[in-house]
Design a protein around this ligand. Structure first.
Ligand SMILES: C[S@@+](CC[C@H](N)C(=O)[O-])C[C@H]1O[C@@H](n2cnc3c(N)ncnc32)[C@H](O)[C@@H]1O
Length: 261
């Protein structure tokens, strides 16, 4: 059985994958929280070092695909789930004068870094930060024009619940976009990427935050995440329409899109 099929079987048994380990679904969130509490202060620097800055282009591509109205008399309400330190929210706010973005994340340490960055960018009036679990969002039905998630969904223990919640809080006609690491579709690139991820990324983690372990989890969790087609099927199953995806950098990452119709 391959890693992704094993992950699906694990989930069906009330257990979740925490990287390559199997843990009780109820324990996964605590372990994930511990990872992000440990990396929060250096999270943005590590993203640049690990991806050679590529994560910036991938995030730009997601916001370009979202294409929020540049100006409008009505506010364009966006929820950025698992929004961490605010990268997606700031991009949306800088592109659209009418965008009002709520960043929801379960981790206080990540949110604290995000709030500080919003103040430095003078965006605190349009980008707000809320502690919230993607599986049980504290927002009314139909409140947002768009829901985004970047590199967050694979950390959520019950992905199906997070997708159902995203659908619930969207207005009819609203858009869901999800950026996540995915399956590389070029064999040579896949091999190079695997060697890089398992050897170099934890080592950079060791140098920068003095701990390789959180980055070993991040790399392993990427390998366990469903590929493009399987994740698209999960989004459809949650009730989204016109589901589509675009690969980035040969499938190292992919953006999935769906609509609430
Ligand atoms: C890799 S970071 C991504 C942060 C940001 N979206 C970005 O692209 O830079 C993953 C984030 O998911 C958050 N997260 C994990 N489980 C969550 C959950 N159940 N609900 C909300 N956020 C969660 C973590 O706290 C962390 O901030």
């Amino acid at each position: 059985m391959n890693g992704k099929a094993a992950a699906a079987e694990t989930e069906a048994q009330g257990r979740a994958s925490f990287g390559f380990r199997e843990v009780a679904t109820a324990d996964k969130q605590r372990l994930v929280d511990d990872v992000f509490a440990r990396v929060a202060e250096r999270y943005d620097l590590m993203n640049d070092l690990m991806s050679g800055g590529l994560h910036r282009l991938w995030k730009d591509a997601m916001v370009a695909w979202l294409s929020p109205p540049r100006r409008s008399s009505l506010p364009f309400a966006v929820l950025d789930v698992a929004g961490g330190t605010g990268d997606i929210a700031f991009r949306i706010a800088e592109r659209s004068q009418s965008a009002v973005i709520t960043v929801a994340d379960i981790n206080k340490d990540m949110l604290a870094v995000g709030e500080k960055r919003a103040a430095e960018r003078r965006l605190a009036d349009r980008v707000t930060f809320t502690e919230a679990n993607a599986e049980a969002l504290p927002f009314a039905d139909g409140r947002f024009d768009a829901v985004t998630v970047a590199f967050g969904i694979r950390n959520v223990p019950r992905i199906d619940k997070a997708l159902t919640e995203a659908l619930r809080v969207l207005k009819p006609g609203g858009r869901f976009l999800c950026l996540e690491f995915s399956a590389v579709d070029v064999a040579v690139l896949d091999r190079v990427y695997e060697l890089y991820s398992f050897n170099v990324i934890p080592m950079i983690g060791g140098w920068v935050i003095g701990d390789e372990e959180p980055y070993r989890y991040l790399v392993e969790s990427i390998r366990r995440f469903p590929n493009q087609a399987r994740f698209a099927a999960m989004i459809e199953k949650a009730g989204f329409a016109r589901v589509a995806f675009r690969n980035l950098s040969g499938g190292i990452a992919a953006i999935h899109s769906g609509w609430k119709l």
